[in-house]
Design a protein around this ligand. Structure first.
Ligand code: RTP
Ligand code: MG
Length: 138
């Protein structure tokens, strides 16, 4: 698989009722859905998914938040998917995110920031396989 990225609609945005609006922005942005599900991370899942941030001061808070409620996990396809998706979602801190971006529109705060987007092609594949079996990716 090339040209794919992985995203999660995070617990804040699911709880705030933004699943439909965010999937709409993703479709408008030209991304095709290759895999999609409503699920919830265990604490152990969240620790493993965010392992690279283990030494960061916000790691504990991040793990607690990401396992606190249901999320939507998805694999998306588009040319230049990783970079274009990060443009569509905007800066990590919604206060710094550009107008019209998903985080500007729907995030609560820098920690509870509505969506995840993979940061490289390599991580997109790792993250997609973390959440989905081969049969679930189309
Ligand atoms: P993501 O991985 O979720 O797409 O976000 P990102 O690349 O923009 O940000 P990253 O540096 O990878 O951080 C991962 C997530 O950790 C939370 N965070 N909290 N309180 C804080 O200062 C802080 N900084 C980061 C956010 O949920 C961020 O998306
Ligand atoms: Mg990141």
């Amino acid at each position: 698989m090339s040209n794919i990225t992985f995203t999660m609609i995070k617990p804040d945005a699911v709880a705030d009722g933004h699943i439909g609006a965010i999937l709409g922005k993703i479709a408008e942005g030209g991304f095709k859905i290759k895999a999609l599900k409503l699920t919830q991370l265990t604490v152990a899942d969240a620790k493993k998914f965010y392992e690279v941030h283990a030494e960061r001061p916000f790691y504990g808070e991040l793990v607690e938040f990401m396992s606190s409620g249901p999320i939507v996990a998805a694999v998306l396809e588009k040319d230049n998917a990783v970079e274009d998706f990060r443009t569509l979602i905007g800066a990590t801190n919604p206060a710094e995110a550009a107008e019209g971006t998903i985080r500007k529109m729907f995030a609560r705060s820098i920690g509870e920031n509505a969506v995840h987007g993979s940061d490289s092609d390599e991580n997109a594949l790792i993250e997609a396989r973390f959440h989905f079996s081969g049969r679930e990716i189309f």
